[in-house]
Write a protein that binds this ligand. Structure first.
Ligand SMILES: [Zn+2]
Length: 154
């Protein structure tokens, strides 16, 4: 899958990339067993800063395709295609596999967004104290009490 193919449908958030696909198909009478290995890199909009970021793809997928009366998606791993028109467009399936393999939070690693964004995040965190991880004051109180108790026991 090349740059052009991966960038074609933008509704899934892929901006481009290069993914190598290896599909192995085994036929047993009316059943086709598909095993695919997808490896490569795709470009996505970073969930933190929104600028393009590379994400590596490495996934193994499995699909069972059976010939039947009409088209039907039995499950995520089982598909029935009509016997009379037994063609399967793999491109859509492969694209979906790539998208599904991506993590929910994707893009740059924490702290590795472009510098201008990182400084913006820091400024934002400083302006909003609730986003900073300050310990609950009640814990501090509890801790002091415990220390006092220990002191009395000595
Ligand atoms: Zn980023």
């Amino acid at each position: 899958m090349g740059e052009e193919f991966l960038a074609q449908e933008n509704n899934q958030g892929l901006l481009g990339g290069e993914v190598e696909v290896n599909v192995h198909i085994e036929r047993v009478t009316d059943t086709y067993e598909l095993t695919a290995t997808l490896t490569g890199t795709v470009t996505v909009a970073c969930t933190r800063c929104g600028t393009p970021a590379p994400v590596s793809v490495e996934t193994q997928e499995y699909l069972l395709v059976k010939l039947g009366a009409e088209y039907q998606e039995e499950s995520a791993e089982e598909l029935i295609i009509p016997r009379g028109d037994a063609r399967l467009d793999l491109t859509e399936i492969l694209y979906e596999w790539v998208v599904l393999s991506l993590p929910i939070t994707k893009g740059h690693a924490v702290g590795s967004c472009p510098p201008e964004w990182e400084s913006l995040f820091r400024a934002h965190a400083a302006a909003d104290p609730s986003e900073q991880q300050t310990p609950d004051p009640r814990w501090a109180q509890l801790l002091t009490q415990t220390q006092e108790q220990n002191h009395q026991e000595e």
